[in-house]
Design a protein around this ligand. Sequence first.
Ligand code: BGC
Length: 741
Amino acid sequence: MRLSLNLFAVAISLGLLGGTSAVRSQTLAATSQPWMDRSLAAEQRAALVLKEMTVDEKIHLLSGYFPNDFNGIKRQPAGRLQAAGYFKGVPRLGIPELHETDAGVGVASQGGPHVRERTSLPSGIATAATWNPALAYQGGAMIGAEARASGFNVLLAGGINLMREPRNGRNFEYAGEDPWLAGQIVGAQIRGIQSNHIVSTIKHFAANDQETGRNHLDVKLGDQAARTSDLLAFQFAIEDASPGSVMCAYNRYNGDYSCENDYLLNQVLKQDWGYRGWVMSDWGAVHSTIPAANRGLDQQSGWPFDHSQYFAGALKEAVENGHVSQARFDDMVKRILWALFDKGVIDHPVAEGGAIDFAAHAKVTQADAEEAIVLLKNENKLLPLAPGLKSIAIIGSHADVGVLSGGGSSQVYPVGGMAVTGLGPKGFPGPQVYFPSSPLKAIATYSKAQVRYADGNDIVAAAQLAASSEVAIVFANQWAAEGIDPSLMLADGQDKLIAAVAKANPNTVVVLETGGPVLMPWLNQVSAVVEAWYSGTAGGEAIARVLSGEVDVSGRLPVSFPASLDQLPRLRIDGEGMPPNTRFAVHYDEGAAIGYKWYDLKNHKPLFAFGHGLSYGSVAYSALAARVVNGRLTVTFTLTNDGQRIVKDVPQVYLSAANANVHWEAPKRLVGFEKVELKPGESHAVTLNVDPRLLAVFDTADKRWKIAAGEYRVELAKSATDIRHKVAVRLPESSIDVRGK
Ligand code: BGC
């Protein structure tokens, strides 16, 4: 039977063609709105709908705003609780409003009277410390589900700025100092988020590595070094996850602002890497209309943090006058449409008020936190806590009621309310938020000991409690937050507190809740040190399970901990003490030699090395072999659990250039890792295929990665400074294109 168009419509309305109403409305939409045909490629769908859009409708996608009260101006679209960003969309064409919220640990709130209580993952650096991309994926899937259920279709997650500066107040949002590890972890998290048919960003592109002067500083970094470090981390994660959007950063980069930087946005991201999504600005990072549009910015996110609505009327005028071409204007819109189709945002509209299974989500974040905790030192096997202990003193950091989190735009507010109120700045980036997951209560459930608490404000009382207990556990914290670069010395007399407790009781454990590395003047006085980072919604439970040995301690440092400030490339943070709004340059003279690469290069002995982390068990490594298969380096080895308990181990493979032809930034690079769980007596064979870019030097002139011929050394290690086995391998000369092909 051939139906005329009218008959076809009647047949549909009468249900004569069968199928569900969803199928019918899809069919209808596909006829009147061909871009709604899911069988077409995202590219085609974007092109089809673009043709239908008026100039003003295009502007609605390019120019959004912060939909909250700002400097006394109320700008909230009616009908729903907003968050960080809002775009009108084009409802008549089925293009939804964009509702954007931060960030990498979960659905954040901007504070004020209206907060959403949501599940928080451990901080980004903590997830990196798991060295477990599968966990990062699960965490991403969980927070993405909460974003969807809260009515958000863009999650401003994916922080991946490499840790060049341990004092950077946002290190907790990022994934450490190594491009391969960070790329794997953040890529997996973004994949998890986007599995919910929402967009995730990756940010802040590029080199926003300190908060001091972040809007004015000018990072100076050469092409080769950048492509081998900061940019390589982005490249790995973007290839892995295809995030719908890239957020350009606040800072200048070799002269131009990141959000009007032709090199970063047009040349590297869009041309060299072939990125197809859209570039959104950070909030307040836009400074122009014509340069920004022509140099690669696609969308202005955060007015009125910016001085003007550069991408509204001014952009329209610039297109009319030809300063921004029609083709470029359409390209800006099409990139957004492409991502919305490709990630499923248009086909799976979000709605507020979805159900969230907070109990199930707490288990996801707990699993992440448990694998994130790093045992830095453990003299006399003080940990795990002995089952027969009679008394434990818990001291400091509100460990009786909760665990700390990092502040700023990424702040998630806890389900059930904050464990402690009235702490930290009243305005942004405060307050200091403690999640109501009590380490003390959880420790008490895993131990028969009497567990007593001292808040640590009275050092003498704390020391007395420690002296009258078999073990003392001091919780020490460093609050880090967006907009502030904290000191590496613990604040509020905590170093003194730890020293006094350790003097009173040699069986002292220090549990650190920090955003990143800190200095430890008391290290030799205490028996054990645990880095618990900001451990999220179920942090107290996770810390207790690790301390009591319910699970192995399996986190490994994703950053080096310096022994002193003079080991760092910069003794002081550039711009420190300068009047606000001063423009200054930060010269990254260390090039690509970030973190452990810098320590190797300079022969510095860090306090704790990248990759370090003790286990409660024991794993032996054997049968290390390396060979080149089809031009790719493949490394194999075997792990054997030769201890008595279940362990999770993280074998790390570094490559060292034992060869005068090779001009790397530093003696060695991490080229692979795997997290493996092993039962007692169990063995496991690992095969790692190394990404060739990790063997190469980027040739800026002809934009190729070049591997020098010669002998290299493959090192199987427990950390960057604890090499267990070495084997030589000869690599032939080869080169690959800028995309690693
Ligand atoms: C931060 C971004 C964040 C944005 C929106 C900015 O201050 O740098 O990371 O996504 O605010 O809240």
